[in-house]
Design a protein around this ligand. Structure first.
Ligand code: DX5
Ligand code: ZN
Length: 223
């Protein structure tokens, strides 16, 4: 495995930005040195919150050249793939717990030329994603129960899964990113990194800072 494939990637979550000035917020994150932008779509059914759909992704697309990392918290992601693809997503992550044929959904994403991601909730065992590891570019180990920003990092429930994912990746000679999402800040990023995560999603801890560039660099270098 080429180590540069797993350099740390910082992905601010737009959920925590000021949506009244979202174009400026996206520009702020881009100029702060973010690597990807993370976009959380929620349907009010798979999670207990409603956020935005594909139109929001298309509204953001012209304001940055960063890869748009779209996280679908939807019960039926397969019904909305086409719209999120047309909206300009670069990669789409779906949940293993959603109601769909996971391999078919991943194939549709891949066939459209996008990167594929698979997510699991804190309560879901790592075994549930094992059958799909050779079909993904990214594994998202949720570090909070998804639905809301600003929650606390669930270290005990989730870090063993991050380490297990890293071990499986090495054992199987695979090359997917390991992403964490929820409660990531200047401190918890170190714990996630030490366990094997390389893609750090952070909402509150980045958008709340006046100097986002310093916060991004702080997270990139923290270990
Ligand atoms: C949670 C979302 C996250 C959220 C993270 O349901 O998937 O991406 O924006 O927010 P923070 O970093 O504030 O925990
Ligand atoms: Zn997310």
């Amino acid at each position: 495995m080429n180590q540069t494939c797993h350099d740390r990637i910082i992905a601010p979550s737009v959920l925590a930005s000021d949506w009244g000035r979202v174009a400026e917020e996206v520009k702020r994150a881009t100029e702060a040195g973010a690597d990807w932008l993370h976009l959380d779509a929620m349907d009010g059914h798979f999670v207990k919150n409603i956020s935005f759909g594909p139109q929001f992704v298309s509204a953001i697309r012209p304001h940055t050249n960063l890869p748009l990392d779209v996280h679908l918290m939807l019960t039926h992601p397969q019904n909305y793939l086409e719209a999120f693809i047309k909206a300009g997503s670069d990669q789409i992550t779906v949940h293993v717990e959603a109601e769909h044929d996971v391999s078919t959904t991943l194939k549709q994403i891949r066939d459209a030329g996008l990167k594929t991601g698979l997510a699991l909730n804190p309560a879901t065992p790592i075994d549930d994603v094992m059958p799909y590891l050779n079909e993904i570019d990214l594994l998202l180990v949720m570090t909070v129960v998804p639905g809301f920003g600003g929650q606390s990092f669930m270290e005990n429930e989730t870090m063993p899964k991050v380490s297990a994912a890293r071990a499986m990746r090495e054992a199987q000679g695979l090359d997917f990113h390991i992403q964490v999402d929820g409660g990531i800040d200047a401190q918890t990023v170190k714990i996630a990194g030490a366990n094997g995560a390389n893609v750090m999603v952070a909402g509150t801890a980045l958008f709340a800072q006046d100097d986002m560039a310093a916060a991004v660099e702080g997270m990139r270098g923290a270990d």
